[in-house]
Write a protein that binds this ligand. Structure first.
Ligand SMILES: Nc1ncnc2c1ncn2[C@@H]1O[C@H](COP(=O)(O)OP(=O)(O)OP(=O)(O)O)[C@@H](O)[C@H]1O
Length: 339
């Protein structure tokens, strides 16, 4: 349904979006996840034809947004981050206005009633937009995007500024829309895309740094097993022993408590570190009081994927720096940050 190829946008020297390529299948709900300034809005503006790319193409339902703009635009309903609402109009006046603006040919009364029903606006359709709550204004923005029954919905931060109840309601509405529409939504909130989307594109510094279902993104990290262990003994001794184990990529003390402290141990990819750690500690007569595997949450994966400190500007090796055993860094901490 959507094919994006090499999409790039520069603002002077700033590269907001850099060579983005992806496709979206019909009926998919895809989430753009990225921190503020990642390039989500710029990408959406280019896909919807509101902004011309510096390079690259976006094709919707076979129509290029640049060369077949009219046809491509008919495929799209766009909810910008700040929807263009007219506060002095009632909801139904505004929707009629958008209906006319879009030159919609669907049976008017029936179509607008259907859109109001889908977005939960029926009861407030006679109210002035200025008197609506933020949640209902957002629904009105969503309703204007739905007018004309577009195949593709592009929603920029659809839940921003809503209270928790309104967020749940809007999410449910978006999920129900996927039965008839292909949806791209942007968010900087991980649980949001997790709750709503079939697939997540993680965007950082204008590039896609990960693409997959929530489960696939978790699987990407399976090689990096983590253990949390409580071990008897002094932290300095324990850390020395742990860090000498070849299958240990990283060991830090997360909670020091006299004679027994808690350590977090990251294994080298695909290594089962448990036996090696057990052997090393027992050889040194250090008692393991507890050992459990730490499941990586998608939140941690997101932080790691978008933590560019090491990936984008690798530091020059320092002559007397401790050699790094592991490229990837979890929990945003380097060895030495803790004990
Ligand atoms: N009109 C503009 N002129 C100059 N730079 C811009 C312009 N619009 C966006 N940028 C820059 O491009 C980059 C991407 O911005 P964009 O708004 O697309 O990010 P975003 O992921 O949508 O962030 P947010 O969630 O904060 O809206 C940022 O560095 C931003 O400062």
């Amino acid at each position: 349904m959507i094919q994006v190829q090499g999409l790039t946008r520069r603002y002077g020297d700033t590269v907001a979006v850099s060579g983005l390529s992806f496709s979206v299948q019909e009926g998919e709900i895809v989430g753009f996840l990225g921190p503020n300034g990642a390039g989500k809005t710029t990408t959406m503006n280019m896909i919807t034809g509101c902004l011309r790319p510096t390079a690259g193409t976006a094709v919707l339902g076979g129509f290029d947004i640049d060369t077949d703009a009219d046809q491509a635009r008919k495929m799209i309903g766009y909810l910008p981050e700040n929807p263009p609402l007219y506060p002095d109009m009632t909801v139904s006046e505004y929707l009629e206005f958008v209906y006319a603006l879009k030159k919609c040919t669907l049976p008017k009364d029936e179509h607008l009633a259907q859109v109001c029903g889908m977005t939960g606006l029926t009861e407030v359709s006679g109210r002035l937009i200025r008197n609506l709550s933020k949640g209902y204004r957002q629904r009105t923005g969503l309703a204007q995007a739905l007018i004309g029954d577009p195949k593709v919905l592009i929603l920029d931060e659809p839940t921003v500024g809503l209270d928790p109840k309104q967020i749940i309601e809007i999410r449910e509405t978006i999920r129900s829309l996927s039965q008839k529409h292909t949806v791209i939504l942007s968010s900087h909130i991980l649980p949001e895309v997790q709750a709503v989307c079939d697939r997540i594109l993680v965007i950082h510094h204008g590039k896609i740094v990960a693409d997959g279902t929530p489960a696939e993104l978790s699987d990407r990290m399976e090689g990096a097993e983590q253990l949390e262990m409580t071990i008897e003994g002094t932290a300095d001794d324990i850390l020395r022993i742990l860090r000498a184990v070849p299958s240990v990529a990283e060991a830090i003390c997360v909670h020091e408590d006299g004679k027994k402290s808690v350590y977090r141990i990251t294994a080298e990819p695909d290594a089962d570190v448990r036996r090696d750690v057990f052997d090393a500690l027992s050889q040194n007569r250090m008692a393991i009081l507890s050992m459990q595997q730490v499941e990586l949450s998608l939140e941690q994966i997101f932080l790691e994927l978008t933590d560019s400190d090491e990936t984008e500007t690798p530091a020059q090796p320092q002559p007397d720096a401790e050699p790094k055993k592991k490229k990837r860094r979890l929990f945003g901490r380097k060895r030495g940050d803790d004990k």
